[in-house]
Design a protein around this ligand. Structure first.
Ligand code: PLP
Length: 465
C-alpha cells in the first residue's frame, strides 16, 4: 500500500493540474484509489468534472423525467442555451462588434421551436430556415426574425421567399437571374468559398454575378460564405479576409456579410471551457481585419452557429436494460436506445462523452470499469449507438441509466424511421428549473402513422401542391 500523499501525487501526474486545483485539495474519492487505478481515476475525475461542468444537468430531475416520460428521452436546457448565446454575444461586444454582429441559429440542427424560443426575445438574434414548412411552423410559434438559406430550389420557392421579404441567400446564377427578372424585394447570395459540393455560387462566377446585378441595376443586400467545419481558427480568419476582399472588389454596396456556420465544438472534451469555439479570439481577429481592410462600420456581420450554441444544451437519457453481456467476441451494454435516434454519432464518428447513473440517478463512480459497446434495441448488426466502446463502471446494471452528453445539435432532428424505432420524447428544463414535455415520444405505431388501412385510388386525391 502507498500513503495518501503518494497516491495523490500519482494522480496528479495523470490529471491536469488545473483540474486538481479546481478540486480545492479536500478529501475525495480519487484519494482512495490505489496506484494502479490512477489512470482510471483521471477518467473518473473527468466524469466528475463533467457533472460539475453541466450544472443544469445536476439540477435536472432526471428521475422524474424517466418516471413520467420514460426513456429514451432527449433533455434540453434553456439555461445552457442562453448561456451559450450570451457567450457569443459577449465576445462580440468585447471585440467592439456588439452592434454589428447578428446571430441566426439554424433550425435544422435542433428543430424544436420550444428549444429555440429564447431567440424570440433577444436583440440581434434570429433563425436560419431552409424550408417553407420550417418558416410556417416558426411563424405559428411567434418567431419573427429570419434569414433563409434554401440551397438550390425552384422558381416557385424563390417566389415564396420573396413574398416573405426575408433575406434569401440564393445559391446559383440561374436562381439570382430569376429573382432579378421578377424584381425581388431583396437579393442576397451564397458563395461557396471552398469550391466544395455545397450549394453556392463559385469563385469563378463572381464576375458574372456582378455583371448580372449591374444589368438590372440592383445591389446585393448580403453575401453568405460558409467558412467550413474542421478548419482551424487561423484558416477561418483567412477565409474571412477572402470574403472581405470579395465584398470590396465585387459588392461594395452590400449591407451585410454572413459567415454562416462551421464554428467547431469539441465532443471529446469534458470541460465546458474546452468544448466551445474561441469566439473571443475569432471576433478580435475579425475586428482587426475589418478595420485594416476598411470594411464600413455599418456593414452587419452575420453568423449562423449551430453546434457551438446547441450541442451541450442536450443529453439523451437511456435505460440500461441488463447487466453487461460478456461474450468471447465483445462486451455489450444493452440499452433501450437505437442508433436511429441519433444517427449523427455513427455518421460523423462522434463518440460523445457519457455518464452512468444508479437507481437514484447519482453518477456511478466505480474504481473499475469494463469497456463495452453500447447496443441499441434492434437486431441489426450495426445498431450500436456510439461509434466506439465506452468505459462502463462496475455497478451498472438493469436499474441504471446512461446519459449521452452533448446531443443538442443534429441528434433528435436526425431521427431515422428505418428499423421501426419511434422517435424519443423531448423534454425542456426551463431556466427556472421547471420541466416540460416538448415532443411526445412516438407511439409504437409511429412508423405506420401514414399507412392506409385500405389501398386508395388516385382518382379521389387532390393534385399534389
Ligand atoms: C448554411 C449553414 N449554416 C450554418 C450551419 C451550422 O453549422 P455548425 O453546426 O457548424 O455551426 C450549417 C451546417 O451545415 C450550414 O450549412
Amino acid at each position: 500500500m502507498i500513503d495518501v500523499e503518494q497516491r495523490h501525487q500519482t494522480v496528479a501526474n495523470v490529471i491536469p493540474q488545473r483540474l486538481l486545483s479546481a478540486h480545492g485539495g479536500s478529501a475525495c474519492f480519487i484519494e482512495q484509489l490505489c496506484i494502479t487505478c490512477a489512470p482510471e481515476a483521471a477518467r473518473l475525475w473527468g466524469i466528475y468534472m463533467t457533472a460539475l461542468a453541466h450544472p443544469w444537468l445536476r439540477q435536472a430531475d432526471l428521475a422524474r423525467i424517466a418516471g413520467q416520460v420514460g426513456t429514451p428521452a432527449f433533455v434540453y436546457s434553456e439555461a445552457q442555451f442562453r448561456k451559450n448565446l450570451g457567450r457569443v454575444r459577449d465576445a462580440a461586444a468585447a471585440a467592439g462588434l456588439g452592434d454589428r454582429v447578428e446571430l441566426y441559429i439554424p433550425f435544422f440542427p435542433n428543430s424544436n421551436p420550444h428549444v429555440l424560443a429564447p431567440l424570440k426575445e433577444m436583440d440581434g438574434v434570429g433563425v436560419l430556415v431552409q424550408l417553407p414548412s420550417e418558416y410556417r411552423l416558426l411563424r405559428e410559434f411567434g418567431f419573427e426574425k429570419f434569414i433563409v438559406s434554401p440551397g438550390h430550389v425552384s422558381d416557385d420557392e424563390i417566389a415564396f421567399w420573396d413574398r416573405t421579404g426575408n433575406p434569401t441567400f440564393l445559391a446559383s446564377l440561374d436562381e439570382v437571374a430569376y429573382s432579378l427578372r421578377t424584381e425581388a424585394p431583396t437579393i442576397s447570395v451564397r458563395i461557396d468559398s471552398l469550391d466544395s459540393g455545397k450549394p453556392g455560387i463559385k469563385f469563378g462566377e463572381l464576375d458574372q454575378l456582378a455583371s448580372l446585378l449591374e444589368e438590372y441595376d440592383r445591389d446585393l443586400e448580403g453575401l453568405e460564405v460558409y467558412c467550413g467545419s474542421g478548419n482551424s481558427l487561423e484558416d477561418m480568419v483567412g477565409i474571412v479576409e477572402q470574403v472581405f476582399s470579395i465584398y470590396l472588389k465585387y459588392f461594395p454596396t452590400a449591407r451585410s456579410i454572413n459567415f454562416a456556420g462551421g464554428h467547431g465544438f469539441d465532443y471529446d472534451a469534458w470541460d465546458e471551457s474546452e468544448k466551445h469555439f474561441d469566439w473571443q479570439e475569432y471576433f478580435a481577429r475579425i475586428a482587426d481585419s475589418a478595420k485594416r481592410m476598411n470594411i464600413p462600420q455599418d456593414v452587419k456581420l452575420l453568423f449562423e452557429p449551430a453546434r457551438d450554441v446547441l450541442a451541450d444544451t442536450g443529453v439523451l437519457l437511456l435505460s440500461v436494460e441488463r447487466s453487461l453481456i460478456t461474450t468471447p467476441v465483445s462486451n455489450i451494454l444493452v440499452t433501450d436506445g437505437c442508433r436511429m435516434l441519433m444517427p449523427s454519432a455513427q455518421l460523423r464518428d462522434r463518440n460523445h462523452n457519457v455518464l452512468f447513473l444508479d437507481s437514484s440517478m447519482q453518477v456511478i463512480r466505480s474504481e473499475t470499469t469494463t469497456s463495452a459497446a453500447v447496443r441499441g434495441r434492434t437486431i441489426l448488426r450495426n445498431d450500436y449507438i456510439l461509434p466506439r466502446e465506452v468505459a462502463v463502471p462496475d455497478g451498472t446494471g438493469a436499474d441504471s441509466h446512461m446519459v449521452i452528453l452533448d446531443v443538442g445539435a443534429y441528434c433528435a432532428t436526425q431521427h431515422m424511421e428505418f428499423l421501426n424505432v419511434p422517435p424519443a420524447a423531448e423534454v425542456l428544463v426551463a431556466a427556472d428549473g421547471v420541466i416540460q414535455l416538448i415532443s411526445t415520444p412516438g407511439d409504437e405505431r409511429d412508423k405506420w402513422r401514414n399507412l392506409l388501412t385500405e389501398k386508395q385510388s388516385l382518382d379521389g386525391l387532390s393534385a399534389a401542391a
